[in-house]
Design a protein around this ligand. Structure first.
Ligand SMILES: Cc1ncc(COP(=O)(O)O)c(C=O)c1O
Length: 395
């Protein structure tokens, strides 16, 4: 007999997020007394706005602590419909909205509902690692769409086996935003293909220039696009687990069954908090975005000053994705050395796809002094590495 009964092949194909692994290692270093600069987690370092917390507390006091309808409370479905529709110039009916425990269940459930063995799912690369993970788990083949977006590349990747195309703008980890002209090109290509589109727009409110255009607003794709958003990033509510999506009719009932089979519902008091978030004052969100913008500038300028490092300016989200190939090290090697030697926790680009070995992902959801400290430690390490290199090559 083996050490344990067998597991499925599918479960071994399920991936993970390197952020949680690096966080675990960073915490272990802290337990040994190391002062760690945390630049690994994709989570706003702001408190959930007070009126949102109060709405949840009031709902709990009223006794809203039982099961509730699986698609979501009518009030939240209504609020989410209006919240998603207004900035995109769309008409969204509250019936179209489903509520789940974050954006993540929508990613997993949509892939499972749309694709299986023999099918293909196109996903951004570099991209949020959960896409490739759940595609592989479903048995479908993940097809990487490289950054920057190139219509010809997409046209070559999409074919009769394509069941779903996943987009993420603003993007984690690059911070890039898809332009309207790029979305139009995408619309033309996908028009002739019988595939679903999932637009992960969890960073839609966190942009530093004009609003990010949405693929859901393109007439030819509107009917087959799942528009996914979440309270996690916009309202600093990562731990509350509340996401929402505008879901095309044919997928609504299957996705509702998946919610019933897995989590039943999002706790009603969390949904009350989400209603307060979506319909209440936005000053806390606006202030958070202004702060992220200042930090982005600090990080991009700081990275530009480091030897061998170059970084595109992120247009949204709160990540920088520098190319470190000029240092002579891969992203993975540099990330490892920064953690172990300097106590700087950040992520190797490789965790985000096949086209990202030369990159690091830096989350600037950290206070400005810590960002400066992290950059200073990176600079000191790269300077030492350059001196050692010169020592080795000296005659
Ligand atoms: C692109 C992207 N989509 C979805 C999620 C997950 O969001 P949620 O907390 O709502 O499940 C994340 C979290 O990092 C993300 O970066």
């Amino acid at each position: 007999m083996s050490a344990h009964p067998p597991l499925t092949a599918g479960v071994s194909r399920l991936g993970t997020e390197s952020a949680f692994e690096v966080l675990g290692r960073a915490r272990a270093l802290e337990a040994e007394g190391v002062d760690v600069v945390h630049l690994e987690l994709g989570e706003p370092d702001f408190p959930t706005p007070a009126h949102v917390v109060e709405a949840a507390a009031a709902a709990m006091r009223r006794g809203e602590t039982g099961y509730c309808p699986a698609p979501g409370l009518p009030e939240l479905r209504d609020a989410a419909a209006r919240y998603l529709a207004a900035p995109r110039g769309l008409a969204i009916d509250s019936e179209e909205i489903l509520v789940a425990t974050g954006a993540k269940p929508f990613l997993m459930f949509a892939v499972l509902a749309c694709a299986g063995p023999g099918d293909e799912v196109v996903h951004p690369d570099p991209g949020f690692p959960i896409y490739e993970s759940v595609i592989a788990w479903s048995g479908a083949t993940p097809v990487a769409l490289p950054h920057p977006f190139d219509p010809e590349r997409l046209a070559a990747l999409v074919g009769p086996r394509t069941r779903l195309v996943i987009l993420n703008s603003p993007n984690n980890p690059t911070g890039a935003v898809l332009a309207q002209s790029e979305l139009r090109a995408l619309e033309q290509i996908l028009e002739g293909h019988d595939c679903w589109v999932l637009s992960d727009e969890v960073y839609a409110r966190i942009v530093y220039g004009s609003p990010a255009p949405s693929v859901a607003a393109l007439p030819a794709l509107r009917e087959r696009t799942l528009l996914v958003d979440s309270c996690s990033k916009t309202f600093a509510m990562t731990g509350w687990r509340c996401g929402f999506a505008a879901v095309p009719p044919a997928l609504r009932e299957p996705l509702t069954r998946m919610i019933i089979n897995s989590t039943s519902c999002v706790p009603p008091f969390v949904q009350r908090a989400a209603v307060a978030a979506l319909t209440g004052p936005m000053d806390a969100v606006d202030e958070m975005v202004r702060t992220f913008r200042r930090r982005r500038d600090t990080v991009v300028q700081g990275l530009a000053a480091l030897p061998g490092v170059s970084c595109a300016t992120p247009e949204g989200a709160f990540y920088a994705f520098p190319d470190v190939s000029g240092t002579g090290m891969s992203g993975a090697e540099l990330a490892e050395r920064l953690l172990v030697q300097e106590g700087v926790a950040l992520l190797a680009g490789a965790g985000f796809g096949r086209h990202a070995d030369a990159h690091l992902r830096i989350s600037y959801a950290a206070a400005e002094p810590r960002l400066r400290e992290g950059l200073a430690r990176m600079g000191a390490m790269l300077e030492r590495a350059a001196v050692q290199d010169r020592g080795r090559t000296a005659p």
